[in-house]
Design a protein around this ligand. Structure first.
Ligand SMILES: N[C@@H](CCC(=O)N[C@@H](CS)C(=O)NCC(=O)O)C(=O)O
Length: 209
């Protein structure tokens, strides 16, 4: 049976909605945010190292990231009802909107929410962001301890997509504390296509000339 680890007042509500649409059997395990820090409780760390919601469990699979969860649940339990057919243009647009939700649309919303919280707390925003960044880097560093790439032995689009954040951190403050990310970044940036992208980016960067 599917288990949904749900945090109150969070984007995990969308997964409850989806599971209800799909009509699949599931159990909901509820967690409450800390009323001051707004963080999830430590208990969620036992499910996933980042202690963020939503997370689902389905058999041996433990899956985080709302977009990945929607993609997985829809393709496994409701492909012909809640997504366009695979390998169609509509399906590509559907994937675009899945990424848009948390990759682009949520960003300004969360920034505004954090700013509003900052007016009442001492340096809420800075502390929140630093803590979250550390969680992210620690998580990815641990994930890469025994893997060549993010998803395992195969280099994928996910490595390209995630390189931006690691490159920026590497440039600004270095990755010495996170040796697995550091060597991973060197490895992926050594690919001929990455060199080509770097050269083309520079060529088209008028601000740098
Ligand atoms: N990128 C993740 C974000 C997950 C996330 O940040 N969830 C928030 C709730 S909306 C959370 O668990 N916050 C508690 C915390 O960070 O401690 C997704 O799309 O699911």
């Amino acid at each position: 049976m599917i288990t949904l680890h749900h945090l109150n007042q969070s984007r995990s509500k969308r997964i409850i909605w989806l599971l209800e649409e799909l009509g699949v059997e599931y159990q909901l395990v509820a967690y409450q945010r800390d009323s001051v820090t707004r963080r999830a409780p430590a208990a969620l760390k036992a499910v996933h190292p980042l202690a963020k919601s939503p997370v689902i469990e389905d058999g041996d699979l433990v899956l985080s990231e709302s977009g990945a969860i929607v993609d997985y649940l829809v393709s496994r339990y409701g492909a012909d009802t809640l997504a366009p057919a695979a390998h169609t243009l509509e399906h590509a647009r559907y994937i675009q909107w899945l990424h848009f939700a948390d990759g682009t649309a949520a960003y300004p919303l969360i920034t505004l929410y954090l700013l509003s919280a900052d007016s009442s707390q001492k340096c809420f925003l800075g502390d929140f962001a630093r803590e979250q960044m550390l969680d992210v880097l620690t998580y990815v560093n641990d994930e890469l301890a025994n893997k060549e790439y993010l998803t395992g032995a195969q280099f994928t689009g996910a490595d390209i997509l995630n390189s931006f954040v690691f490159e920026k951190i590497s440039e600004s403050r270095g990755l010495k504390q996170f040796p697995h990310i550091e060597s991973y970044l060197q490895r992926i940036l050594a690919r001929p296509a990455a060199h080509k992208a770097e050269a083309l980016e520079r060529k088209h960067d008028q601000a740098a000339s």
